[in-house]
Design a protein around this ligand. Structure first.
Ligand code: AMP
Ligand code: ZN
Length: 476
């Protein structure tokens, strides 16, 4: 049984979907005014892992991930409705492009990164700019029902009207009154009210007509509009990074539940942050790494994927190159394990003792069922690798078992989503012999070249001369 930690109840709960066999899932997607960084990737990998595991246990998942192409205002005070820079517009002015051009460019980049990370594409990526009418409709409904008010073309949600405000984040009105320092906005009744619609200043680039003013939507309303549009009033799972909990998700709950009169989300899942030297990796702090930075240092997107799977999504993780190096080695180990199994499966080895494959599957599932404990699930795989290697050395693994283990690995890897190179890691010693042989061939010293080939083969590798040069692989 799958147990997931629900930020709303602050405990692990047995997961059950509203409609049997089907899951509706919404993940807060990127703000497309800049390159996404590997912290963002961690958040998207969380929703990918949930989706993949739900599919593994037999659910049909519908995943919606929004594209925030309205320059939303990220600082907390701004999110409360005060003036601030519109980051999309700022980026557009800097790059001398229209906000739309900027948004499309970074949206493409985001999708390319997801592809390289082997994050399965969402079933739909709705853009905020294409859903302004739906947002206006919700705001109208909230005003009608008395949950929101308009002043001078700005519309705010009246937080005092929603009893459950603060249940998700702990920022109840009492706590907000004492703790948070919220900037006053002249049109707000209470400092903790948040913006649903804002009147655009004269020179504002992104603005739409509305019953209240020519303006633009508040940051939170887009997710309520798009999630309910594509998934209905009650959603099974909603994900995001921990910084989304407040004010974004708290506000989403308030405005959606007051509008629909129904529970908005059953399971709220939040990933902890990826940190750098103890600080959150973020655009505004400028301490971020992109996938390009990772690749420039010689690592692959899959090294990064494995690194991220190696820590639990609810543990704050510090990014380090040493940890990435370790992930790189582990990925190679997994790759070699699969190559070994493939080789064994092709042979005809029959031994009497059989391998308990099911035990490993059970360990994997127990770990994943416990709030998607990917590090523990990976530990089960590493244990399996050690066992296979030992049996392979002793020549006590049958071809039939090798095939069974391969089948299990493919099932497990549908959840991990690791794309393996299918190439053996070549030891330095062998690489040196290959380079020496290349020199011999160039110098037309075929005797030496042949002798080196034999030496390489004696080490268990096969050398092929192709039009692109020498290719080396592990002998099966
Ligand atoms: P943004 O584009 O800033 O709205 O962020 C997109 C997603 O990435 C959100 O779900 C954020 O919570 C998440 N996120 C941002 N920074 C980090 C980080 N350093 N670690 C993990 N998730 C993050
Ligand atoms: Zn959102």
């Amino acid at each position: 049984m799958l147990n997931l930690y629900n930020t709303l109840s602050k405990q692990k709960e047995v997961f059950k979907s509203i409609n049997p066999g089907k899951v509706g899932m919404y993940s807060c997607g990127p703000t497309v005014y800049g390159y996404i960084h590997i912290g963002n990737i961690r958040a998207y990998l969380l929703s990918d892992t949930i989706r993949r595991y739900l599919e593994y246990i037999g659910y049909e998942v519908r995943l919606i991930k929004n594209i925030t192409d309205v320059g939303h205002l990220t600082d907390d005070d701004v999110a409360q409705g005060d003036s601030g820079e519109d980051k999309m517009v700022k980026a557009a002015l800097k790059e001398k492009k229209s906000p739309e051009e900027i948004a499309r460019f970074y949206e493409e980049y985001f999708k390319q990164v997801e592809k390289e990370m082997n994050i399965l594409p969402a079933h739909f990526f709705p853009r905020a700019t294409a859903h302004v009418p739906q947002m206006i409709k919700i705001v109208e409904g909230l005003i009608e029902k008395g949950f929101a008010y308009e002043k001078n073309g700005n519309v705010f949600f009246d937080v005092t009207k929603f009893e459950d405000y603060g249940k998700l984040s702990g920022n109840t009105l009492e706590n907000l009154k004492v703790g948070a320092r919220l900037e006053e906005h002249p049109d707000k009744k209470n400092p903790w009210d948040f913006a649903l619609w804002l009147k655009a200043p004269e020179n504002h680039l992104m603005k739409w007509p509305s019953p209240w003013s020519v303006g633009y939507p508040g940051w939170h309303i887009e997710c309520s509009a798009m999630s309910t549009e594509y998934l209905g009033n009650t959603i099974d799972i909603h994900t995001g990074g921990e910084d989304n909990i407040f004010p974004h998700h708290e506000a989403e709950i308030a405005q959606t539940q007051c509008y629909t009169g129904k529970q908005y989300v059953r399971f709220w899942l939040h990933g902890r942050h990826l940190m750098v030297d103890g600080k959150k990796m973020s655009k505004s702090k400028g301490n971020l790494y992109t996938l390009e930075d990772i690749k420039e240092k010689g690592f692959s997107a899959m090294d990064l994927r494995l690194l991220m799977l190696s820590s639990h999504y609810r543990s704050q993780t510090d990014f380090s190159w040493e940890a990435l190096e370790q992930a790189h080695k582990n990925l190679q180990r997994i790759n070699d394990f699969v190559l070994t199994l493939e080789a064994l499966a092709l042979r005809d080895i029959s031994v009497t003792n059989t391998f308990d494959v099911t035990a490993y599957q059970e360990k994997f599932e127990a770990a994943m069922n416990d709030d998607l404990n990917t590090p523990l699930a990976l530990a089960a795989v590493y244990e399996l690798i050690t066992e296979v290697n030992k049996k392979n050395d002793d020549e006590t693994l049958s071809s039939t078992d090798a095939k069974k283990i391969l089948t299990l690995w493919k099932k497990i890897n549908a959840v991990f989503g690791l794309v393996l190179s299918g190439q053996a890691e070549i030891p330095e010693e062998i690489k040196r012999l290959v380079a020496e042989r290349e020199q011999a061939r160039l110098g037309k010293d075929f005797k030496k070249s042949d002798a080196l080939r034999i030496l390489i083969e004696e080490h268990g590798f096969i050398l092929e001369d192709t039009k692109d040069g020498q290719k080396i692989r592990l002998a099966s």
